[in-house]
Design a protein around this ligand. Structure first.
Ligand code: GUN
Ligand code: ZN
Length: 427
């Protein structure tokens, strides 16, 4: 049975990082989206689509904005319970809060409880797809994908591999990390809407032997993505130099072990040399921009404009729980603030693009989700552009679409997410 959702529609027809924003966007004030069998069949004027499809069931979202669900290109579902932990920089934060929490995920029941909480928080914030790090425990991966499958979500993720510089109960070995990852990959990759992502945590927590085994695993399964952290904080860079003195820079470590390629998603990537920027571009790898995390853990200012100018696929990411919010709106606001600190006022279209199309392309699923477009899967969110008194009084005097949207980006949270559709079904 076809269904019609009515509201203002927002679709990207081009890239607002390359084109003037109004030439990259299609906005229909009295718009409609026709859905059938979990897919987007048509986007157009409400009157036209209503007349052409009298058989469709109609849900009228009034003046609210219909757009693609948000795509979070980097998060740690296992850090849900330690979000907003006070007072540490990266390495201390990992040792003080993160590792003790992640060690709890050997308990399958606890892993399931957190996976469910994580996905419900994502959905209440309009995040319909994410690429998440689990923990070293296979149980955590099963819990994550089972909870995603139960909700019908398109989700990506994988088992963290880590065989040094972590507590003993959080270490695998080069062999067991390879074996467990391979078994999980064979169990989950391509099942329902799920994709397995090969996940070495970052260079400091893997021995050369583990990085080598990880490179071999990826070479055997090139259809999987590979995610890791790169150049997030100065102390981390110094540590990598100390651990891998034979490599010229941080990225060179990953390159050496076969961990740079088109399916690589490099989280953070703040302190890149010119050589590293060029190598990421030449490899066709992606970057996940984690602005709330970079502010919260005190990491630094990612150069979003440079990444886009280089043509690097760049997604937006909450990086929960180093990131301080589940809200993609708050994450866009943080990206805006970091842009301002660098002297770049990012346009609301650029922020929305990074949170949808950009992230989807960074994850190589741009053909499936991330845009309100014919042929895409019907993961759709409905945004109330007047969700709180302060936003409502600001939107009331908006003359343009962007003036109507920007206050919600800067001031909005889960109260702005009026409805979420997963493959056409209201959640
Ligand atoms: N680098 C290695 N592990 C992590 C993590 O869990 N969070 C962040 N933000 N950075 C990391
Ligand atoms: Zn991270």
């Amino acid at each position: 049975m076809p269904q019609l959702l009515l509201g203002q529609t927002l679709s990207f027809t081009g890239n607002p990082w390359l084109l003037p924003p109004n030439e990259a966007v299609q906005h229909i004030r009295q718009g409609a989206v026709l859905l059938e069998a979990g897919n987007i069949i048509e986007v157009g004027e409400a009157e036209t689509l209503k007349a052409a499809h009298p058989e469709a069931t109609v849900t009228d979202h009034g003046q609210s904005l219909l757009m693609a669900g948000f795509v979070d290109s980097h998060a740690h579902f296992s850090q849900t319970a330690i979000i907003a932990s006070w007072g540490k920089r990266l390495i201390d934060w990992l040792n003080t809060y993160t590792f003790p929490e992640e060690s709890r995920f050997s308990d399958a029941a606890y892993a399931a409880q957190v996976a469910n909480t994580y996905l419900d928080l994502n959905l209440s914030n309009g995040i319909t797809t994410a690429c998440a790090y689990c923990t070293i425990h296979p149980e955590s991966v099963d819990a994550y994908f089972e909870a995603a499958q139960a909700r019908g979500l398109r989700m990506l993720g994988g088992k963290v591999m880590m065989d040094r510089n972590a507590p003993e109960n959080l270490r695998d070995t080069a062999q067991s990390g390879y074996d467990d990852s391979k078994a999980l990959l064979q169990k989950w990759h391509g099942k329902a809407r799920l994709s397995y992502t090969i996940t070495p945590r970052f260079a400091p927590t893997s021995t050369p032997a583990q990085l080598e085994a990880t490179g071999a695993l990826w070479a055997e399964h090139p259809d999987c993505l590979m995610q890791t952290h790169l150049s997030e904080q100065h102390e981390e860079l110094a540590w990598v130099q100390d651990l891998f003195p034979e490599h010229q820079d941080y990225l060179a470590v990953y390159e050496h072990f076969g961990l740079l390629g088109p399916g690589a998603i490099m989280g953070h990537s703040i302190y890149l040399s010119d050589r590293e920027w060029d190598a990421i571009r030449d490899a066709g790898a992606s970057i996940a921009h984690c602005p709330t995390s970079n502010a919260f853990i005190g990491s630094g200012l990612f150069h979003a404009t440079r990444a886009h100018a280089a043509g690097i696929r760049t997604g937006l990411a909450t990086d929960v729980g180093g990131g301080s919010s589940f809200s993609m709106l708050r994450t866009m606001a943080s990206a805006y603030e970091i842009g301002q600190l660098r002297g770049d006022a990012l346009h609301p279209a650029q922020l929305l693009y990074m949170a949808t199309v950009g992230s989807a392309e960074a994850l190589h699923i741009g053909g499936k989700v991330g845009n309100l477009e014919v042929g895409k899967e019907a993961d759709i969110i409905v945004i109330n552009l007047a969700s709180t008194p302060v936003i409502a009084q600001r939107t009331a005097r908006a003359d343009t679409l962007w003036e109507a949207i920007f206050p919600t980006i800067m001031l909005g949270d889960d109260r702005a997410i009026e409805a979420v559709y997963i493959a056409g079904k209201r959640y």
